[in-house]
Design a binder for this molecule. Structure first.
Ligand SMILES: *[C@@H]1O[C@H](CO)[C@@H](O)[C@H](O)[C@H]1NC(C)=O
Ligand SMILES: *[C@@H]1O[C@H](CO)[C@@H](O)[C@H](O)[C@H]1NC(C)=O
Ligand SMILES: *[C@@H]1O[C@H](CO)[C@@H](O)[C@H](O)[C@H]1NC(C)=O
Ligand SMILES: *[C@@H]1O[C@H](CO)[C@@H](O)[C@H](O)[C@H]1NC(C)=O
Ligand SMILES: *[C@@H]1O[C@H](CO)[C@@H](O)[C@H](O)[C@H]1NC(C)=O
Length: 316
């Protein structure tokens, strides 16, 4: 076998234009294959990991097409980097379960024929169902196709994820980030009768900041106490408000008094007060005024009115 391990580098590097430097070399995601010997799945993977990054992983349909064009025909076809793990088809490089939408199975596959078909081959350049997938016994011997990752730690800036693409990579902003900037949420003002404190790693009203609401004496918060700025640029909750604490209305008047209430904030609430008056000839026992306090209680019980007739009748 004179060409043992004759590896073809299908794509070595891409030239990428950059405004500042005319040419910038970018190490690209490249595919590498070996059809000189067919090996079992495990051996194929070891070889990929030793020499490159891992066995080929397929993120989308364009990559299937690309592989089908670039790889030469091999009667035994090629292994790909997917395995059945605990009953689920799993991409071994990323340990992510296969998304059924992204699967490219041949008709009536995977069929687990004869059982133990826990590995996957791709029908490169097959006359029928070309580039489709089929489950196979892992001990079968097939050609190997690997990829070499192009993403490195330096590829993208801090708040971006490097995503491998055919022959290159792209930087995808993490949720909450737009280019070099952060997602911003609408600024929040102090609620009436309260205040808000906001802070965040990326700025006061920016992505991931959180705001905590507090109400002044005699007011209680209606709504969420804490709001967080989401990656969508919206707060995760509606703005809360501070409402005056309520007291129970004073209804029964067994004491024979009349009352006159004022409600500066809202009816029967914090700072409301009621003044009591007895009818002529009756004496007021207790407090002639009561206030709704900050805890939602009246400061005084309603008074009673006592007849004074017996006093008048008393001649001394
Ligand atoms: C790949 O790995 C094998 C050993 O497993 C080694 O003999 C071979 O030279 C390597 N090829 C490349 C291109 O690195
Ligand atoms: C956003 O906040 C959450 C919860 O506090 C935290 O786990 C996450 O790391 C933050 N995200 C960033 C990009 O800092
Ligand atoms: C209630 O108080 C207001 C002002 O303090 C006064 O004008 C009004 O006459 C009072 N009403 C009664 C029923 O006492
Ligand atoms: C409640 O009444 C007190 C005493 O009269 C006053 O100082 C305070 O400003 C009032 N609070 C509100 C919110 O009106
Ligand atoms: C209520 O009582 C206070 C003293 O306790 C008194 O000064 C005030 O005039 C009284 N108000 C009325 C309306 O009777």
């Amino acid at each position: 076998n004179k060409h043992a391990y004759a590896f073809l580098i299908l794509q070595m590097a891409l030239w990428d234009f950059d405004a500042m430097q005319l040419f910038l070399t970018v190490k690209a995601w490249t595919y590498h294959y070996n059809i000189d010997i067919n090996v079992d799945w495990k051996t194929a993977r070891q070889w990929c990991q030793k020499n490159y990054t891992d066995m080929v992983a397929i993120q989308n349909h364009a990559e299937v097409e690309h592989l089908n064009q670039l790889l030469p025909f091999n009667k035994a076809y090629y292994w790909i980097g997917i395995r059945k793990i605990e009953g689920y088809w799993t991409w071994i490089g990323t340990n992510k379960r296969l998304d059924p939408e992204a699967a490219n199975w041949a008709e009536n596959e995977p069929n687990n024929k004869g059982s133990g078909q826990d590995c996957v081959e791709i029908y490169i350049k097959r006359s029928k169902e070309t580039a489709k997938w089929n489950d196979e016994k892992c001990s079968k011997k097939k050609a190997t196709v690997c990829y070499l990752a192009s993403c490195s730690k330096e590829s993208c800036s801090e708040h971006a994820e490097c995503v491998e693409t055919i022959g290159s990579y792209k930087c995808q902003c993490l949720p909450g980030f737009i280019g070099p900037r952060f997602v911003q949420c609408r600024p929040i003002e102090n609620p009436q009768q309260g205040f808000v404190t906001c802070d965040g790693d990326f700025g006061v009203f920016n992505f991931n900041s959180s705001c905590q609401f507090h109400c002044g004496t005699g007011f209680k918060l209606e709504g969420a106490q804490r709001l967080r700025c989401l990656a969508s640029g919206h707060w995760d909750n509606a703005l809360p408000s501070c409402q005056a604490v309520q007291c129970l209305p004073i209804t029964d008047a067994p004491g024979g008094w009349s009352m006159n209430c004022t409600h500066p904030l809202s009816i029967h609430s914090f700072n409301s007060s009621c003044e009591f008056k007895c009818e002529e000839g009756f004496e007021l026992k207790g407090s002639n005024t009561t206030w709704c306090d900050q805890t939602g209680h009246w400061t005084h019980k309603p008074p009673t009115c006592q007849g004074t007739a017996h006093l008048q009748n008393n001649p001394h």
